[in-house]
Design a protein around this ligand. Sequence first.
Ligand code: MV4
Length: 450
Amino acid sequence: MTGAMFDKVLIANRGEIALRIQRACKELGISTVAVHSTADAEAMHVRLADESVCIGPPQASDSYLNIPRLLAACEITGADAVHPGYGFLSENARFAEILEDHNITFIGPTSEHIRIMGDKIAAKETVQKLGIPVVPGSEGGITNEKQAIKVAGEIGYPVLVKAASGGGGRGMKVVTKESDLLSSMAAARSEAKAAFGDDTVYIEKFLTKPRHIEIQVFGDGQGNAIHLGERDCSLQRRHQKVLEEAPSPSLNADSRKKIGETVAKAMSELNYRGAGTIEFLYEDGEFYFIEMNTRLQVEHPVTEMITGIDLVLEQIRVASGSQLTISQSDVTFSGHAIECRINAENPRTFRPSPGRITYWHPPGGLGVRVDSGVYQGYNIPPYYDSLIGKLIVHGKTRNECLMRLKRALSEFVIDGIETTIPLFNELIRQPDIANGMYDIHWLERFLGKP
Ligand code: MV4
């Protein structure tokens, strides 16, 4: 089935991702509507859009997260579709549902799929039934203390108590022995209740030294689904990714093919539409599902660089009703890509560093991509997250990619604010990074060393 392409897309986001989406729209001949808060009147995503609408004061809850104001902006401009980007309303099932009720296409999965995957227990149950390997643990939520003791005893300590509505690591408690289980579970419950208004928890085997490997999937909601390989996102600090790469230095072509095919088949059976990411912990050669993200991710460019596939363009195509035009056998992986998240932060304390960029000189040359929404003279507002750009480098081999990254980082000049660039200069000189020998704890251990 082939639907009619959209005439006008409203982009419900800001910064680099708003620009990234505009670029895809322009290449498809679609006109773009930017929305912005009063703090973002001078932002590049507003300047480059065909039209723009101010949707409220700086605070995100009054602007980028305000559904009635976004609907009004759609109505005023006559947009046929909304791309939510990442963060903000991108995984809000209610928003997707409301748009559909107003005959505006949400560029993403169905609200039903968003809702299922937003509930970590339902997500795990759903994907397990579809043949995806999961972390051993409780079947569903824990309802009483006796059951908790029994389940934890069966899977063996250490265990991890997780919140069903969690994600981003909130409401998690590691338990090393039975005598700590009930008090830790009570603590996890009350944390979850306060953070999410839901105190449902579940128990899993705690994996002590995994890597975070996620598989990019893509479906058309018409039964066709493919995988686009993995990204290794193990280098994180406080659940914020810092550097991502594809392919993972720890996977071979056989294990990539096996997990990729399992995941693609599951997404086809689920009739999944759009871009999605299946997050796994990978330890001792085994994959364990933890969560699914039903949106485009910050780190999607590393996948684009090694596959040559424009993920945002494909998102727009399938949202308009087109079938996937790429089959699994069309997907080939070429070379290696690394992304560094350039944040306006102190590179050691990670304290935000908003303010005016007095000088901006991004790197260039073969295999170098900079996705950013800032410019020289731009004043970074203090109200939003501190990502100001992404440096993505591609090379024929991981080694070439690292050499090129070193060169690109040395060219990058940003004055007036602090950025995470000096951290990356340090990281690429670490033997463990050069050798691809790191797990999810490596970065915090490195940062903790004097
Ligand atoms: C785990 C785990 C170990 N064992 N689950 C952290 C956030 C959420 N997405 C899941 N998380 C983890 N789940 C089991 N059974 C360790 C983490 C974890 C982590 C995962 C990915 C990347 C960085 C991390 C840092 C600390 C803990």
